[in-house]
Ligand binder design. Sequence first.
Ligand code: SF4
Ligand code: SF4
Length: 342
Amino acid sequence: MPEKGNGRDPRIVAWEVTRRCLLSCKHCRAGAADHAYEGELTTDECLRVLDSLAAYSQPMIIWTGGEPMCRPDISLLVRAATDRGMRSVMAPCGALVTEKTMQILENVGVMACSFSLDGATAATHDAFRGVEGAFAHVTRAMEIARKIGMPFQVNCTVSRLNVAELPAIREQAVRLGARTLDLFFLVPVGRGKALADLALPAREMEEVLRWAFEMDRAGPITVRETCAPQAVRIWESLDRPGKHPAGCMGGRGFVFLSHTGILQPCGFLDIPCGDIRQSGYDFAKAYGESAVFRALRDPNGYGPTCGRCRFRFECGGCRARAYARTGDYLAGDSSCPLSTQE
Ligand code: SF4
Ligand code: SF4
């Protein structure tokens, strides 16, 4: 997607507009469930946030949840973002996608969707997502997106549970018409804490990343990784195949906004960095005053391993994994072999 905005950070805001969700995924960072959550930003409050974002950095908005389509005002909010010059993409679970709802979302300005596929079959995907029928819903949603011409990508959370299925998951993504397969790697927070043993160790993660580079080169779809910042180091060691991988963007170009208006560096790094309500819906104020965001923007100040590594600016290490392991978000990232215990 082309860069837009006015050059200020953040360039991307992932907005958890609701925590309500129809699924019950094993790895959910939010532990989301199918019930109303107290304190959710109202429509009027969301519009004030959009005014503030548009005036500050005009980021691309990833409408997420929970299930963003559970919000009855979701199309109104996307339209308001579009009217304010901001681009929108959305991460629905699939169950609420019909030709009509997808068409409405496209009409109000959703430019692309992401759908999660964590298994190549109904048995493995449904087991991971915690709801029977989730595979049928998400594959149907992708077929609808393809039919109406909505570009979409497949997101896959990689863990020991599905690593052997990755080639088959990629085949499904190709078959269903995805433009990209985006590999996320389990970050053991929220409900995912109980799955810490299922996170791939550093060496196995590296093998998957090498496979991803190979598959990306082979086509026909893009295969990339998200939240595996050490991909930058591996990419350099392989003579830079394809596009430069993204390092950790948490708080460095990317901000997460919770359903109650709390700013975080990303959804997995559960450190409150500002309260949009308390700032009077002034995003610039909430974002600018956070000491955590300032610390994240200075990789020289990270702990001894990542902070002295030559890849600290481009990679930076996963701050959420560091925080989950040590309680210090500036510590070393245990998913990288260069990063030792601190
Ligand atoms: S802290 Fe980790 S999970 Fe969060 S954006 Fe960075 S790499 Fe991704
Ligand atoms: S030590 Fe840290 S900064 Fe260096 S490559 Fe590993 S995760 Fe990235």
